[in-house]
Design a protein around this ligand. Structure first.
Ligand code: URA
Length: 199
């Protein structure tokens, strides 16, 4: 391990410690685990969801339930390795009963998310679902209109898409999620941030 990698890991561990100690909102009172990330700690792609569900809360990892299985299938079929992406959520603690996080909860979690993104330094973002889109972009445009349309901001490329849970409920939306993950792959290849897939 290089000195730089070693330093990065130390910063990351300190950050995770701050997440685990966080009491910035009421979600901390009912959580089992603070759900910070899975994937690389430095990655060109950040995949952002809404917030942990019951499985994620129990295991301390994002997207490990049904939605996560679908997401993983997609990422694997598009040739992504775990080091290519970093998966996180708008809030790190489970909203009781899987409700949508409130604006106050999202706001309370934002400093940690900002710090996380500063450490991970992604170039491409995939925002999964209406909540990630609304809170990350500060946009009131519905996800059906927003999905599949790239935005550029501070040299980053941001793509909203449907949440896998929505696609599981309405399989007619599957192709949109497929198209958007393909577009993310293509963007990363164009930017030379991921190895091109061999034909
Ligand atoms: N849904 C989300 O938005 N995030 C998770 O981590 C799991 C399900």
């Amino acid at each position: 391990m290089t000195k730089l990698q070693d330093q990065r890991e130390k910063h990351w561990e300190a950050f995770v410690g701050r997440c685990q100690a966080c009491r910035a909102c009421e979600l901390s009172e009912s959580r089992q685990n603070v759900v910070v990330w899975r994937g690389g700690i430095r990655a060109p792609l950040v995949i952002l969801g809404e917030g942990p569900g019951a499985d994620e809360d129990r295991l301390g990892l994002p997207f490990v339930g049904r939605s996560g299985k679908l997401l993983d299938q997609l990422l694997t079929s598009f040739g992504f390795d775990a080091g290519d992406y970093h998966i996180a959520n708008i809030v790190k603690c489970r909203p009781p009963g899987n409700r949508v996080p409130t604006e106050e909860e999202a706001r309370a979690c934002r400093p940690l998310l900002k710090e996380q993104l500063r450490l991970v330094r992604p170039t491409v973002y995939l925002l999964m679902g209406a909540t990630a889109h609304r809170y990350f972009m500060g946009s009131s445009t519905g996800i059906t209109q927003a999905r599949g349309i790239w935005t550029e901001s501070n040299n980053c490329h941001i793509l909203p898409t449907f949440h896998p849970a929505y696609v599981l409920r309405d399989p007619s939306k599957r192709t949109f999620l497929w198209q958007d993950i393909a577009a993310v792959r293509q963007k990363l290849e164009e930017l030379d941030l991921i190895e091109k897939l061999k034909a």
